[in-house]
Design a binder for this molecule. Structure first.
Ligand SMILES: Nc1ncnc2c1ncn2[C@@H]1O[C@H](COP(=O)(O)OP(=O)(O)OP(=O)(O)O)[C@@H](O)[C@H]1O
Ligand SMILES: [Mg+2]
Length: 398
């Protein structure tokens, strides 16, 4: 029986406690700048973008904490705040629902603000929610024109802005995570564009939007509305480097009081390919297999087997099925047999003994199906690095 310990790794949830948040120093610095500028009536709207699972929600959660006065991360990263001891923003967090209209989002933001300002100033703060609370499907047919929605919304936000000044707050931040889940081909991008423009014309300088979303989807939104890229400051999350990954691992291993070998840190870093989620998954599993409180390569092998056979077995099996049969499986088998994360097509040519032109269509389809991704011209890697380990243990579907 294994000893019961609190797991310091959190593969399924964003980082809330700043003590467990590592790396991203430059991004946090940019965020502090957004807050600093906004606190000085020079508002900036911002959007965190990056691949799935790269750490967007975690950074958004940290932003909210900092904005509301938590200084842990500022001190940990030793960031200059231009003399502000701690920020004093009010914020609301909007959960995205698919197929929301601009009117619904506007109503939702207003009703949230009404609630938090009422709590703040202990009086009923009245805002005209123009009858929009939560999604009302049957009313969709007679939806108001977008200009009218924006006009009404900005009118109400003026009241909010004034209240914020009276209360001597730094401002209001409207957080929206997973913005990519909203239907960006509809009126929402127009809504955000018109609202931000109208804020600036109306001197509403203490209210900003702070979004997070997957790069590709946000890119699409910007293509439809180029002005979004001008209005929103981009905070791009890249992969973590090896030393940032090690900080996450060492913090967790220290918390449970285990020692570890350097090759364990290296190997987990290598397998995670810069993504924090597998770091947490591997870290959190391997601590079950310590050797007298030491984590070595033997523990790692057992941890990987545990993940592949239990925790992610169905998920990885499904991925493999979704890849397609025949040539698709052969390509994946070839890629798994290569020691490197990024595999050149030349290697697959040799392994399969066929020419690239004969399987380039399959490669494109595997990318579309989100099984592999292009690293650079002619070089590909698995989207989920654990699929490679799965194939090494279980093989492909022949
Ligand atoms: N800076 C960080 N330090 C330590 N762990 C992190 C950090 N950022 C993210 N993580 C961890 O990585 C995983 C993914 O993080 P998060 O949910 O924030 O990513 P995401 O980009 O929002 O993912 P999705 O695209 O699925 O919404 C989580 O397990 C989280 O705990
Ligand atoms: Mg997220």
């Amino acid at each position: 029986m294994s000893k019961r310990i609190i797991n310091p790794f959190t593969p399924q949830k964003p980082i809330d406690n700043p003590e467990y948040f590592f790396g991203r120093n430059n991004e946090v610095d940019s965020i502090i700048d957004v807050l600093y500028q906004t606190a000085h009536e020079n508002p900036e709207h911002a959007i965190i973008t990056g691949d799935r699972g790269i750490g967007k929600s975690s950074l958004l959660v940290q932003t909210k904490r900092i904005a509301e006065g938590d200084t842990t991360l500022i001190e940990k990263f030793d960031i200059d705040t231009g003399g502000i001891d701690n920020f004093n923003f009010k914020s609301i967090w909007i959960d995205t629902v698919e197929n929301q209209s601009a009117e619904e989002v506007a109503g939702y933001i207003l009703s949230n603000l009404k609630r938090s300002i009422t709590i703040l100033s202990k009086i009923d703060f009245s805002l005209d929610l123009f009858g929009v609370q939560i999604a009302k499907k049957e009313e969709e047919a007679k939806a108001k024109p977008i200009n009218e929605v924006v006009g009404n919304f900005v009118q109400e936000m003026k009241k909010v802005s004034k209240k914020v000044m009276e209360e001597k707050l730094d401002g209001i931040i409207i957080f929206i995570d997973e913005i990519d889940r909203m239907d960006m081909t509809k009126d929402l991008p127009t809504f955000f564009k018109l609202v931000t423009e109208s804020f600036s014309r109306n001197h509403i300088n203490n209210i900003i939007f702070f979004f997070a979303g997957i790069s590709g989807a946000v890119q699409k939104m910007k293509e439809i509305h180029p002005s979004i890229s001008r209005t929103f400051k981009d905070i791009v999350l890249h992969k973590l480097n090896q030393s940032e990954i090690e900080l996450i691992l060492i913090n967790g291993f220290d918390k449970v009081g285990f020692t570890y070998s350097d090759d364990v840190l290296n190997r987990i870093g290598y397998m995670s390919a810069g993504f924090p989620e597998p770091v947490h998954l591997l870290g959190g599993t391997i601590i079950k297999y310590s050797d007298n409180n030491n984590l070595n390569m033997n523990s790692l092998t057992k941890g990987i087997e545990d993940i592949i056979q239990n925790k992610k077995n169905n998920e990885l099996k499904n991925l493999l099925e979704e890849a397609g049969s025949g040539k698709y499986q052969q390509i994946l088998k070839a890629m798994a047999s290569n020691e490197n994360i990024n595999v050149p097509l030349g290697y697959i040519d040799n392994y399969l003994g066929i020419k690239q032109s004969e399987y380039s269509m399959n490669i494109n389809k595997l990318c579309e199906r989100n099984i592999i991704k292009k690293y650079s011209r002619g070089i590909y890697s698995f989207v989920d690095p654990l699929l490679k380990e799965y194939i090494k243990i279980f093989g492909v579907l022949e």
